[in-house]
Design a protein. Sequence first.
Length: 444
Amino acid sequence: MSMQVTRRHLCDNMTTNLPLSADQIASHNAALIDALHDDYDSLGRQLARRGVKIDALKAKVAAFSVAVPSWGSGRGGTRFAKYPIAGEPTNIHEKLEDCAVVHQLSTVTPRVSPHFPWDKVSDYGALKDEAAALGLGFDAVNSNTFQDQPGQAHSYNTGSLASTLEATRQQAVEHNIECIEIGRKLGSNALTVWVGDGTNFPGQQDLGASLDRYLEAAAQIYAALPADWRMLLEHKMFEPAFYSTVISDWGSSILAAQELGPKAQCLVDLGHHAPNVNIEQIVARLHRFGKLGGFHFNDSKYGDDDLDSGSINPHQLFLVFNELVEAELHPRQGFNPAYMIDQSHNVTDPIESMLSSAEAIAAAYVKASLVDRETLHAAQAANDTMMAFQALRRAYNIDVAPILAMARMEAGGAIDVLAAYRDSGYRARKAQERKSVGVGAGIV
Ligand code: PSV
Ligand code: MN
């Protein structure tokens, strides 16, 4: 679930059904291997001059992983429209297959975070085996009380955990408890709870009482958590509620997590903040109080755009990882964040977007690991602002691509993930095999 977990090697005994041919990846790599060694050795010499061992960094990245969202394998669209592509997955089995392609090429995404009821099946034991045969495990399970489902007894049009209606709140609690039960069967150990509850008009609801209702309902879910599980509270400032949301920011989130208990922690989705908020400082604060539970990585220009990680502001991603590496070195009350991608791919092939994002996230982690912390801390202590800033800048400016590529290749992945994916002809094959997705609005 985190940086501490060693990446699953692709030749695992359980892995019997990989979607891409290992020979094809190897022959693709063969054409690039000499250039990679050249770049890796040159970078190794450059880093050695700074006292950094490149192989140690490579080992760090080899142990790093981030989960992919099951819903990220489809063309999400916006609330206005969705333009599906041929060969897009229409069920969890096909989504897993696509996530397996991402992991096979990137070797950095060994787990999938499922969303219910979107990913409902009748036999979760069989689904776990199916994932294992594809080289995958499951990460945090996500509940969905922000949409009505066919046949549902009570609408969420008044909210869910914070609804004024007792029966609706109860239904939302039961759904979350069902998600925990499903997650147990899948081998997960965390539940991510994001609710769309909130208001669109001043005066629509009592701001204090709605939080009371949320806390009371969330406590019932918390009580159903197995001993080794965590409940990750995801905050979001706006959308679908545009005036107030119940868990609107990291302040509300940490207050709720503190009230619920030690198994409740906060999840930071990079798109869920007010514009220009200092997210890296939020990360440091949450860690300080033992409440940093996990991440939803994505990027944005304006709001919750759900763009690919690192596509708009890779420097912010680096600064977030700078805090995470600092936290890793100084664990305080423990440090085990669940790293997940949460994106909506509107105009790209979702597999390509997840490959690109996984690389951007891993790059930010390696760059943050490259920061000379002794120099940084000494400059901070001496109030030498410029040198402290330069300690970060020097790490950020290094092109770490050869380290990532070498770690991938050694784990059975591709040196050039996008080229290998395109050469594989995977999507065109799936376009022949899979039924087409209907048009309509996407997820919010
Ligand atoms: C809400 O915007 C969110 O970030 C939550 O994580 C949801 O579960 C996910 O997106 C999918 O809609
Ligand atoms: Mn999210």
